[in-house]
Design a protein around this ligand. Structure first.
Ligand SMILES: [Zn+2]
Length: 229
């Protein structure tokens, strides 16, 4: 795992796209209700298509984005409050949920609903803490989304996006579907203008006293582009 061969592999990034799904997501009700992100996403798409016609980014569709299950699709509760995130942010922070693994949209949606309930009911937060969650079904689950400040890394929430792998990854790594979805999500964030092109990738343990995102997963992300402890 974490071989150097995967590092900086543009072919890998480019090959991750799923255009029709990205379009479906851009216009999903969940995205529209999340403060105009659908419009921003479309503009980002079109701008990228003009800049990079030879990379296969065409038709107003961003091939770099993974399939994102919207809040309405996973059955989210409405947030009690939202604080706008000033983007593009310079950091992306990786977490694990330390919960059960999931390998289907139904079971991952159930996990995400449980995490949202825990964060809102027990922690007293306004919403699920993470910006996005990543399942071993290969889907990404919309948490607070691109432009709402998260609650995932103390003192870093205002300047980062928090992505969390669903499951516990201290002694095993996430499957390839989840790892590829996460890499794609990072590229998606850059291409949409929510994450700086000169971003740095960090694990939660690099910014707060915690074991998160687990030893096994941490070893993997240390090998990813733009990682900085
Ligand atoms: Zn964490």
């Amino acid at each position: 795992m974490g071989t150097r061969g995967a590092r900086g592999g543009r072919g890998i990034w480019a090959g991750l796209g799923r255009c029709p799904r990205a379009i479906g997501w851009a216009w999903s009700p969940g995205s529209l209700s999340a403060g105009g992100s659908a419009t921003q996403g479309l503009w980002g798409c079109l701008a990228l298509a003009q800049q990079r016609p030879l990379l296969g980014v065409a038709g107003g569709c961003d091939r770099r984005c993974p399939r994102i299950v919207s809040r309405s699709q996973w059955g989210a509760r409405a947030p009690k409050n939202r604080v706008r995130l000033r983007t593009p942010v310079p950091f992306v922070i990786i977490h694990h949920t330390e919960g059960n693994p999931c390998t289907s949209q139904a079971s991952c949606s159930r996990q995400v609903r449980g995490i949202q309930n825990y964060h809102m009911n027990s922690n007293g937060w306004s919403d699920i803490g993470y910006n996005f969650l990543i399942g071993e079904d290969g889907n990404v689950y919309e948490g607070r989304g691109w432009s709402t400040m998260g609650a995932h890394a103390k003192n870093w929430n205002h300047k980062s996006l928090g992505f969390s792998f669903l499951g516990s990854f201290s002694s095993r790594v996430p499957n390839n579907a989840a790892l590829n979805a996460a890499k794609s999500l990072i590229q998606c964030a850059v291409s949409k203008g929510f994450l700086s092109r000169s971003y740095f990738l960090k694990g939660h343990r690099n910014v707060n006293p915690t074991d998160c995102p687990g030893n096994a997963l941490y070893k993997v992300i240390r090998q990813w582009p733009r990682f900085k402890a």
